[in-house]
Structure formats: structure tokens, C-alpha cells
Design a protein around this ligand. Structure first.
Ligand SMILES: *Cc1c(COP(=O)(O)O)cnc(C)c1O
Length: 685
């Protein structure tokens, strides 16, 4: 029941050993596996020495990693009475727990896992979604089919705490069951409103993730913020610091004010004390990406909490508007967080800059430089994303453990000195595994669409293990510009037609279920993959989730990222690639300008400001040029042993410089040192 196993390869190997086929069919869910496995299969596994050994090994690993004195406890300079409450609307823990839509959830999941590894005292809160995010299939013509399978609580690693929270939303009192997920040392509490005592419309509050109308979304945010804050008191988490990860949980700060006022504080004292103990992370550099509601709407749902806090309608407007007196201005969740947090950060240096410029009005200052928004650059949880083959490689060939539970990963320097031939054979093995994985997925999708036997055979032999393999996987949001590569199809066809220099592209990604524009982008790529010119060289995988993500970041030689600068706050998928010896080729947006040093990857485009169409044209031109003149050329320039030496140098430089810095261990340590430290002495309760 502790999902610690999701980031330990020994443990997942033990589960897989019980019944490998069923293990895959259950999306790697141990509880579903144990529910569905034949008794005789389980009994046979228990007699199997290999399985018993794997299980014993996993249990030892767990005891060792959860009992060791973790990093945080050894930091005398950091407050040892710290208790962080972390709020987020989605958590990506594992592919078998469909409670996430994309980057924000992945980041939150990685944050919890690093907090556990480092021993940072943290408790998290979220919602338990009946349907999670949608499942994606492509129909025969490439249109997206949106499916919503229900979760089954009995096969999820969630424990009923026996507690319920009663959350006021408008005139209703909404009850939510409080479930607990043990994420290593960290507890994640999830609220579930699907209870018989709730009105039917209130039971829908935790039905789906980003699914409903704006009004439902607002009520969900009341449940997350207000209900979440109350739930933490019920389970006795007694936080000292509250971290609101994105604006969805803004109302938690207002509920805390209400609680303090009830205990005798004045409204002003309550707000100042809440401010002093609240950290807020903003994730969106695009104005339309911030939730906005009318003051009336928020007042109607939040009124009981606001009244407890002795806040008037005018107080509410002042909290949520950039210009409080502007009656036409809606209330923005981000502004509420800016007003009620004393530590605010963006998620990359560039994003910090963009955010300071974006919120000068809200702070009532003249220049962006006076806006108190800093940046803590995102990172990824190496134990979750690193393929076991890569870990073994760095351990044996570079002599350090890349998964050590420490934020300071000095060992990565040794990556520069590894044996080139051994490195190349690891790369080739990882690429071959990805090709095998993709073929299974493509054949399965073809079978579902009722493809002919010939088409199924074709799927089984698509792609090559020796081709330069370029990956592009992310949400199909328009600003991510998935089709930038398709700007000039003739030029692309030429790039893909040289049999001596085989190149292939793997695409995956979901659009928001109501984003028809994004779904059309996916369809465009789907249709291109069917075009005889590109067949087998451009493929589109269905259902981009953590499993597909892991396979792609491990196997791809190059990770392509083409957002419209500066719309990508950070992006994290590219950070998972250098761990496996892959290389980033990206627009200088999000995290990449911080990481790129000229030798550890490639940059597309420049930092000039251009109108949208000219920008697209210039970036596409730059992309083709980089691919033709550098990427393809370096990959196929081999020495007499068949090794692309210049390529390998670049890949190792990428591993050595990116992996230690863009890890969530480093990120969580930064939060401890720069953000969570604000309340070193005072208890927030
Ligand atoms: C890493 C990851 C993301 C986030 O990647 P971006 O580069 O921010 O798009 C999203 N979804 C999945 C499944 C991932 O593994």
C-alpha cells in the first residue's frame, strides 16, 4: 500500500515476476494484479526462487531507504520543526493511478517523491477523481476518441482514514471522505465527494479532472482549498508552512484566515500571519492560463468561509483583482495567491522574469525588477524516470549511484570519462527497447481499429533500431507547436529518405478534451504517419502517460521541443532524456536557456521578438538547419569502430551538466532553503 515501490525497480520487478502479461495488462497495478491473478500462478511464483529473491530484495531496499537518516535531518541550518502542507489539483504518481493530466501533475508527484527521499517533512492534499484524466485513442481517421474509465477504489493504493470533512460551498455542506496515499515517507490526502449523503450535483465535484464547466471548476477549487485546509486539521497534520502549487488551491489561504479569526485574531492579523507562512508557485506565463471568475461567482460559493474570515465582498475583490476598484475586472486565482503568499516563485529563470513583468500591476509597482517573484527551476525525480539499464551503466561505468537520495549529485562529472563503446552499446540497447515497445503499441492500436493482417504485420516491423530516433511528446497545446517540423514537407521527406542515414520521429501527446485545435494537430500528425512518404518513419503513439513517457525519454536519441517562446514556463520532459544519454534540441524557452551551454545539446531559433507567423517561419527554418547540418550529420559520422565520437561527447556533456541540476532532489532542496524557510521560528497554526 505504500507506493514507494513505484520508484524502485527491484520492487516492480518482483511484481512483474508474478505474471508479466497480467502485470502489463493492469498498467502495473499490484493490487489489480493480486486481485486478478490465478491462484495457481501466484502459488507457483511463491515457489519460484527468483521471485522470492526479488521480493526479499525489494523488502530490504524499502526498509533501508525508509529507515536511513535522510538528508533533511542532517541539515542543522534548516528548521527541524518544519511541516509543509503541499496543495495541488493533480498528482502523477504512477501510470496505474490516473490522477493527472500532464506536466503539473508530474511535477507534483516528483516533488512528493523527492520530499520522501530527502526526508523533508511534507504532507500533501488533493482530490480523488472518479475518472481521472481521459484515455486517448485515435479513430481510423485520426480523430481523438476520449474515454473515461472509472477508477476502482479497491484496486488503488488508498486507505480510508475514516475521517470526513464537511466543506461549505455556497449554501451546501459538501462531505468528502479523506483517503490517504503513503508516498514513501510522505502522506498524500485525497478528498472524495462521491458520498451518498451529498446532493447529486455535489457528488460530481470529484468526478473528473479539468472536465466540467467553469462553475464546476470553481466549486472544485473551493473543495480543494477550503476542504483541503480543513482536512489537514482533521488528520492533525499541523503544518507550519503552506505551499500552494499553482493557483487552484488559493482558497486554502482564505480558509486559514477564517480559522485564525475564529481563534481570536483580527482580520488583518490573520492575513498577515497567513502571508508569512504561505509559499506560492505559479506555472503559467500565458495570461489566459490563469483561472478567472467574477467576484459574484466566487462570493456565492465562498461566502461561508469569507464570513468566517470577516471578509466583505470588497475585501474579496481587493484580494483577487489587480486593480481592486475596477468593477469590470474579474477575480484571478493567481492574484489571490500573490496577495496571500510571502514567497512566490516561477519555475525557471526565464519564467521568473516573465512573471515579474506580468504581475507588476498586481503589486502596484512601476518596474518588473521590484516585483518580489523569484524562480526555483523545476526538476525531475531520477528514480522514477531513469531506466534500470541506465542506472546500472552509470554505476558500473562511471562509478557513482545516480539515484543516491542527496540533492548534491557531484558524481555526474564522472560521466564525461566513461568508455565510449560501452556508452554507445547502452544507447543502442535503450533505443532497441523503445522500438520494441512502440511496435507493440502500434500493433495493438491497429488491431483495435480493425486493421488488416498486412497492416498489423507492418506495425510489427515499423521503425528501425539503428535509426536516429527523435522524440516529441507533450500536451498538444497549440503553443507547443507540435507541427513545426511539418512546415516544409518536402524538406522533411528529404531528411527522411536517405537509406544510409535513417531518421525516425516518434510523436505522442494528448490535447485537452475540449481543445479541438489541439486534437486537430494530433490528427495532422496521425495522417502524416499514414502517408506512404513517411510511413514507418513518423509514428504517433496513443495514450501519452507515464509509461509511454518513460519509454520515450529512455530510448530517444534526441528530444525535440518547439514551444513558442516564452510560453513554456519550464517543461520537464527534456530533463528526463540526458539521464539516458539522449540529447535535447530545443527552442531557448523554459528550462533550456539555463541548461544549454553550446556543447550539451542544440538550440533552435533565437531570442528575437517576432510576430507569430514570422516566428514560426524562422523557427522552422532554424529547426531544419540544425537537423540537417548538425544532428543528422553528427549521428552518422562514425569512426573506424563505428562510434559517432562527436555525438557521444555531446551526449555525455549533456548527461554530466543537465542531470545533476534539473533533478527534483535539487529542486526540493531549493524550496527548503529559499522558500520553506520563512517560518523557521513561528508556528503557523
Ligand atoms: C514529463 C512528463 C510531462 C511533462 O513534460 P513537458 O515537457 O512539461 O510537457 C507530461 N506528461 C508526461 C507523461 C510526462 O512524463
Amino acid at each position: 500500500m505504500n507506493v514507494w515501490w513505484t520508484w524502485n525497480a527491484t520492487a516492480s520487478r518482483a511484481f512483474a515476476a508474478i505474471d508479466p502479461v497480467l502485470w502489463d495488462a493492469t498498467k502495473h497495478s499490484p493490487l489489480e494484479l493480486l486481485e486478478r491473478v490465478q491462484k495457481s500462478t501466484l502459488a507457483a511464483a511463491c515457489e519460484e526462487p527468483g521471485f522470492r529473491l526479488a521480493l526479499a530484495d525489494a523488502l530490504i531496499h524499502r526498509a533501508q531507504s525508509l529507515n536511513a537518516t535522510p538528508w533533511y535531518r542532517r541539515q542543522a541550518k534548516l528548521p527541524q520543526d518544519l511541516r509543509v502542507a503541499y496543495f495541488c489539483s493533480e498528482y502523477a504518481i504512477h501510470e496505474s493511478m490516473q490522477q493527472y493530466s500532464g506536466g503539473l501533475g508530474v511535477l507534483a508527484g516528483d516533488h512528493l517523491k523527492s520530499a520522501s527521499d530527502l526526508g523533508v517533512p511534507l504532507t500533501a492534499v488533493g482530490l480523488l477523481y472518479e475518472h481521472g484524466y481521459y484515455q486517448q485513442q485515435f479513430a481510423q481517421d485520426g480523430t481523438t476518441r476520449v474515454l473515461y474509465p472509472r477508477i476502482r477504489r479497491e484496486t488503488m493504493p488508498i486507505v480510508d482514514t475514516g475521517h470526513r470533512v464537511a466543506c461549505p460551498i455556497g449554501s451546501s455542506l459538501v462531505y468528502a471522505r479523506i483517503w490517504k496515499v503513503a508516498v514513501g515517507r510522505v502522506s498524500l490526502f485525497l478528498l472524495d465527494a462521491d458520498l451518498a449523503e451529498n446532493k447529486p450535483e455535489d457528488r460530481l465535484l470529484t468526478e473528473g479532472l479539468y472536465k466540467g464547466e467553469p462553475q464546476l471548476r470553481l466549486r472544485q477549487q473551493v473543495l480543494l482549498g477550503v476542504g483541503g485546509s480543513m482536512a489537514l486539521r482533521i488528520v492533525d497534520a499541523s503544518p507550519t508552512v503552506y505551499h500552494l502549487n499553482e493557483g487552484h488551491a488559493a482558497f486554502a489561504a482564505i480558509e486559514r484566515c477564517a480559522h485564525l479569526v475564529e481563534r481570536g485574531a483580527t482580520k488583518e492579523q490573520a492575513m498577515s500571519s497567513v502571508r508569512a507562512s504561505t509559499a506560492f508557485t505559479t506555472h503559467t506565463p500565458v495570461p489566459a492560463g490563469h483561472d478567472r471568475y467574477t467576484v459574484d461567482e466566487v462570493w456565492s460559493y465562498l461566502r461561508p468561509t469569507l464570513e468566517r474570515a470577516q471578509c466583505s465582498r470588497a475585501d474579496l475583490a481587493a484580494l483577487g483583482r489587480e486593480r481592486p476598484k475596477d468593477e469590470a475586472e474579474p477575480l484571478c486565482m493567481t492574484v489571490v495567491c500573490l496577495r496571500l503568499a510571502s514567497k512566490v516563485n516561477g519555475v525557471a529563470k526565464l519564467h521568473g522574469e516573465v512573471s515579474r513583468a506580468m504581475w507588476t500591476g498586481a503589486y502596484g509597482v512601476k518596474s518588473a525588477a521590484s516585483v518580489p517573484i523569484s524562480s526555483i527551476t523545476n526538476g525531475v525525480h531520477l528514480p522514477t524516470w531513469m531506466h534500470p539499464l541506465a542506472r546500472d551503466f552509470w554505476r558500473t561505468q562511471a562509478g557513482f549511484d545516480p539515484l543516491a537520495p542527496e540533492p548534491n549529485a557531484a558524481g555526474w562529472k564522472k560521466a564525461l570519462d566513461v568508455d565510449r563503446a560501452a556508452f554507445w552499446s547502452m544507447r543502442c540497447a535503450l533505443r532497441a527497447q523503445l522500438v520494441a515497445f512502440a511496435r507493440v503499441r502500434l500493433a495493438r492500436a491497429a488491431a483495435r481499429r480493425g486493421a488488416s493482417a498486412a497492416a498489423m504485420d507492418a506495425a510489427q516491423s515499423m521503425l528501425r533500431s539503428d535509426a536516429l530516433t527523435i522524440g516529441f511528446a507533450r500536451r498538444f497545446a497549440t503553443y507547443k507547436r507540435a507541427p513545426l517540423l511539418l512546415h516544409d514537407l518536402e524538406r522533411l521527406a528529404k531528411l527522411l529518405s536517405n537509406e544510409k542515414r535513417p531518421v525516425q520521429f516518434l510523436y505522442a501527446g494528448k490535447a485537452h478534451p475540449r481543445d479541438t485545435g489541439g486534437q486537430e494537430l494530433a490528427q495532422q500528425i496521425y495522417q502524416l504517419a499514414e502517408n506512404p512518404l513517411f510511413q514507418g518513419k513518423i509514428v504517433l503513439l496513443e495514450e501519452y502517460d507515464m509509461e509511454v513517457g518513460r519509454a520515450l525519454v529512455a530510448g530517444c536519441d534526441v528530444w525535440l521541443n518547439t514551444p513558442l517562446r516564452p510560453h513554456e514556463a519550464s517543461g520537464t520532459s527534456g530533463m528526463k532524456v540526458p539521464l539516458h544519454g539522449g540529447i535535447n534540441c530545443s527552442i531557448l524557452d523554459g528550462w533550456w536557456p539555463e541548461a544549454f551551454d553550446g556543447d550539451n545539446g542544440w538550440a533552435i531559433g533565437d531570442e528575437r521578438e517576432l510576430p507569430r507567423e514570422a516566428r514560426d517561419r524562422a523557427d522552422a527554418e532554424s529547426l531544419y538547419k540544425v537537423l540537417e547540418k548538425s544532428v543528422v550529420k553528427e549521428f552518422f559520422t562514425r569512426d573506424r569502430n563505428g562510434l559517432p565520437m562527436q555525438w557521444i561527447d555531446r551526449a555525455l556533456a549533456s548527461a554530466a551538466t543537465v542531470s545533476p541540476v534539473f533533478s527534483s532532489h535539487r529542486m526540493v532542496a531549493d524550496y527548503c532553503e529559499k522558500s520553506y524557510r520563512m517560518q523557521a521560528t513561528k508556528r503557523a497554526r
